[in-house]
Ligand binder design. Structure first.
Ligand code: ADP
Ligand code: MG
Ligand code: ZN
Length: 477
């Protein structure tokens, strides 16, 4: 393979904590931030003889997710025991789904879905460091509050081709799940967790290369950086004539380093078998009707509406619809000034978003109303594009009203014959040689004159207007 041009192949596995009132198989309330081990019962502690009962609301959420992803919903699906030992799994198995998942296939954006199934979360290990209780030993505590939290696991086909595309698609998935209202989808808090499967193959071939799996990355930025680092690691191996080993990896965002958690030889054989204590899930028409009635407007429909009803460009419509935070902010800008051209509003939201790092516009100092006011100041030629961008920078840094910033900073546009014509005349006078060339019909030096006028007006003139005035003053048609 060395020498051939290589393309990344990426498939994602996403775990979503469902926002139900109670856990997946018992009546305990979901625990978030409560004192450890205060949300437990014999079922979620895995005590012998305790019997699980499936949470109807979790199944309802699962069906909503399946519908939103255009999956095939299984008329009958089953739970299996996935057997392995870990201190956060007192039963010695996790109840999950195996060959009959709730949802099969589907599509979201430009990526096909492999399956969606329901399962329970494990408890949480908190590594407390050296305890002193046992001489020299490090100790960890198990918090069972999380144990038994309902999870939907969403598995994509290996169809993503870059770190950026994976990040963008994951935002679309988060937006979809958030819109459905089935989860908090907070990566930092762990209610949305993502593993990335990564391989390389020569461009133009269809066979899949050996993959590695990057585990549990907890922010969009880390996921993109992790995938990029792993793609480069694999590329270097292949370029050096070596081969990729199938293994599970950890990406450390602090050091950008990738370390092995386990290799294929240590891979688990989970000995799946049907969970004897839970009957199959049989989906009734009433359950399907309830799930479909609960579906809100999804990103694809929002994207279509932005194009059809607001005449937004395809790029703006997709950018916003795929990221609900941007779309909500855009809607609020439009709502605060009905006279605003939606595409103009969209351009300003995009300007704002381009200046934000890892932050949503809602968290910035710029409010939708103030952004709408800024757009209106441009529309009325009170301030030009360049000046408006300076105002936006100020609003981002300190907040405030755009009109006040324009006044305080003297950023009003310089325009019209009265104000601008003398500046243009002075610029021509100061550059007699260029002026002669212009007069002779050689328009190349026009940029120098416009630049001079911009300098004199501190960027507050309109380039087109300056050009028109030059032509007028030199008697050019
Ligand atoms: P595993 O059994 O290791 O979990 P699966 O075949 O179930 O592997 O696939 C898990 C995820 O890995 C899916 O998202 C799938 O699209 C992706 N995947 C499978 N094979 C590859 C590959 N060769 N390269 C990249 N991603 C892959
Ligand atoms: Mg896997
Ligand atoms: Zn419980």
């Amino acid at each position: 393979m060395a020498g051939a041009e290589l393309e990344p192949v990426i498939g994602l596995e996403i775990h979503v904590q469902l926002r139900t009132a109670t856990k997946m198989f018992c009546g305990c309330a979901l625990g978030f931030g409560e004192p450890p081990n205060t949300r437990t019962c014999p079922v979620c502690l895995g005590l012998p003889g305790a019997l699980p009962v499936a949470n109807a609301e979790a199944i309802h959420y699962g069906l909503m997710i399946g519908m939103a992803l255009e999956s095939t919903l299984a008329p009958v699906s089953t739970f299996h025991r996935k057997n392995y030992f870990y201190p956060d799994l007192p039963k010695g198995y996790q109840i999950s789904q195996f060959d009959l998942p709730l949802c099969s296939g589907g599509v979201l954006g430009d990526v096909n879905i492999h399956r969606v199934h329901l399962e329970e979360d494990a408890a949480k290990l908190n590594h407390a460091g050296v305890s002193g209780r046992i001489e020299g030993a490090e100790s960890s505590i198990v918090d069972f509050n999380r144990g038994g939290t309902p999870l939907a696991e969403i598995v994509t086909e290996p169809e993503l081709r870059s770190a950026e595309q994976a990040g963008e698609w994951l935002r679309l998935l988060r937006t979809t799940l958030r819109t459905l209202g089935v989860s908090d989808v907070n990566m930092e808090e762990g209610s949305l967790r993502c593993d990335a499967n990564i391989s390389l193959r020569p461009v133009g071939t269809n066979e899949l290369g050996t993959k590695t799996e990057l585990k549990n990355m907890n922010s969009f930025r880390f996921i993109e950086r992790g995938i990029r680092a792993e793609v480069e690691r694999q590329r270097a191996l292949i370029d050096a004539g070596e081969s990729v080993t199938q293994e599970t990896l950890h990406f450390d965002p602090k050091t950008e380093s990738i370390t092995s958690l386990r290799s294929k030889e240590e891979a688990h054989d989970y000995r799946y078998f049907p969970e004897p204590d839970l009957p199959p899930i049989v989906i009734t028409d009433a359950m399907l009707a309830r799930a479909s009635e609960a579906l809100p407007e999804l990103p694809a429909a929002r994207e279509r509406r932005y194009v059809d009803q607001l005449s937004l460009s395809a790029d703006s419509a997709r950018l916003f619809a795929w990221r609900a935070e941007l779309a909500d902010f855009f809607d609020a800008v439009c709502d605060s000034d009905a006279t605003l051209d939606p595409q103009v509003a969209a351009n300003w939201v995009t300007e704002l978003q381009g200046r934000l790092v890892d932050e949503e516009p809602q968290d910035s100092k710029v409010t939708p109303a103030s952004l709408a006011q800024l757009a209106a100041l441009v529309a009325s030629s009170t301030v030009n594009q360049g000046g408006a961008k300076q105002v936006l920078e100020q609003m981002l840094a300190n907040g405030g009203e755009p009109a006040e910033i324009v006044a305080a900073e003297g950023l009003e546009a310089v325009g019209g014959a009265d104000e601008l014509a003398p500046v243009v005349a002075a610029a021509l006078e100061a550059n007699p040689e260029l002026t002669e060339r212009l007069r002779g019909g050689d328009m190349k030096p026009i940029g120098v004159i416009v630049g001079e006028v911009m300098k004199q007006t501190r960027g507050r003139a309109d380039g087109k207007e300056v050009t028109a005035l030059v032509r007028e003053q030199l008697g050019l048609s």
